[in-house]
Each structure stands twice: as C-alpha cells, then as structure tokens.
Design a protein around this ligand. Sequence first.
Ligand code: HEC
Ligand code: HEC
Length: 212
Amino acid sequence: MYHRTQIFAMAAILALGIGVASADEVDIGAGERLHQESCAACHGGSGVSEVPGWPSVAGQQADYTRHHLRLFRDEERYDPQGLMTPESLGLSDADIRNLAAYYAQLNPPPAQEVDEELAERGRQIYFAGVRDRNVTSCTGCHGPRGQGVQGALYPLVAGQDQTYTVEALKGYQSGERTSDRNSEMRDIAKRMTAEDIEAVAAFLASMDAAKK
Ligand code: HEC
Ligand code: HEC
C-alpha cells in the first residue's frame, strides 16, 4: 500500500508530466482563429499579404516565425513601421507556437508578376552571388526554391512582397535589423548595392516555393 503523501507526490509528478507534454503541443485551429482575429487584416486571410511593405506569413518555417514573434514581443526586432511590436505584445508562448504551426502548413505565397529584366539579374545573384563584391549566393541557405530550412532559422523567402524584402535587406545593411544571430545577413547586405537589393527582391517575389 502507498502512503497518502506518496500518492500526493505521484499525482504531482503526473500533473507535472502532463504540463510538460502540453507545453510542446500545438493547436492549429487556435492559431487560425487568432490569425483571423488579430493578424489577417494586415497579413491577409490566407497569410498572403496584399499590401506593399507588409510581409506574407503563409508557408513560413515554424521556427523562424516563433523566433520572430518572440523578438517583436520583447521589442528586440527592428520594426521600421512600428506596426508589429504593439501587435505582438499580448501573445503568450502558446499563441506563438499555434500561430507558427498554422502558418507553416499554409501554402506559400504564389509567384508575383515582376519586371523580368530586374528579376533575371536577381536570379543570377540568388544562384551565383556577385563575385567581385564577395556577395555569396543565397541558395545555400534559402534553398533552390526559396523555401528556407526548418531547424536552421533560414526563412522562406519565395513569393515574398517585393517592397518588404527591399526594406528587410536595407535594415540588415544599415545594421538596424540585428535579428540574424550570426550576422549572416548583415555581412551579405553590406556588400550589396541598392541595385542588387532591388533585383534580388524582384526575383524572390517571382519565385514559387511550391514549384520545382
Ligand atoms: C497593423 C498591421 C499588422 C498587424 C495587425 C499584424 N502585423 Fe505582422 N507585420 C506587420 C508589418 C508591417 C511587418 C513587417 C515589419 C518590418 O517591417 O520588419 C510584420 C511582420 C510580421 C512577421 C515577420 C515576418 C518576417 O518575414 O520576418 C510575422 C511573423 C508577423 N508579422 C506575424 C503577425 C501576427 C502573428 C500577427 C497577429 C497577432 C500580426 N503579425 C499582426 C504588420 C502587421
Ligand atoms: C549563411 C546563410 C545565408 C545566406 C548565404 C543568405 N541568407 Fe538570407 N537569411 C539567413 C538567415 C539566418 C536569415 C534570418 C535572419 C533573421 O532572423 O533576421 C535570413 C533572412 C533573410 C531575409 C529576411 C526574410 C524575412 O522574412 O524577413 C531575406 C530577404 C534574405 N535573407 C535574403 C537573402 C538573399 C537575397 C541572400 C543572397 C544574396 C541571402 N539571404 C543569403 C541566412 C542566409
């Protein structure tokens, strides 16, 4: 027979165990509801933005979304338009996990119509870099389809809004956006010209991560 206090101890351990398990669980339905209530007005009903300068969030790697929502909440991510930091202040860790899981299973944003000449220059940079300025290619980290890498914090960049990408790259270039933990993007963007940035942003917008 177990002693009463042993039973209490076992019950407490069980309760703890359940608590730990639920901390990793995600509720995609809850993520979807929260998105429609609080985020869809700016990021689009299906996570695809329709406003220049506002990013799409659909299809994004879950670890990247989680990391960035925490950064916004903690006021650690550069937020040039000042729109995301107040939005993300009220999010709990569970909200963040649910939103990230919801976005990760949505279709990535479709390819957009862009200036073809500009996008062709961007395609060369994306796959081959710019040798004389020591700009490395982008494909090694963001993938041949711009899909990013889950687990490495390399984001999906395909189909992203062109204006947003230009601003993101300029933020790294000026050093104001410091969310790249190993300075990967700041180091690359510093060596890019304004024309390189415009070209690569057009090419990213023209990519479709779902297409081979
Ligand atoms: C008033 C408009 C607005 C609302 C509402 C809003 N956002 Fe944003 N969001 C933005 C803007 C603008 C940015 C880009 C910030 C920047 O310029 O770097 C952004 C950036 C993001 C990013 C980072 C994207 C990336 O590729 O790095 C995520 C993730 C995100 N928002 C999720 C959310 C979620 C989740 C909600 C709801 C809780 C939400 N947003 C509500 C405007 C909004
Ligand atoms: C060594 C790996 C690496 C290479 C090479 C690389 N990136 Fe990145 N990139 C990252 C990481 C890591 C992040 C996420 C940083 C952060 O969290 O802000 C990122 C973020 C970005 C973002 C911001 C995405 C968003 O949603 O806000 C853009 C745009 C981008 N990269 C474009 C490029 C382009 C264009 C190139 C090639 C010229 C390139 N990257 C090369 C690792 C890399």
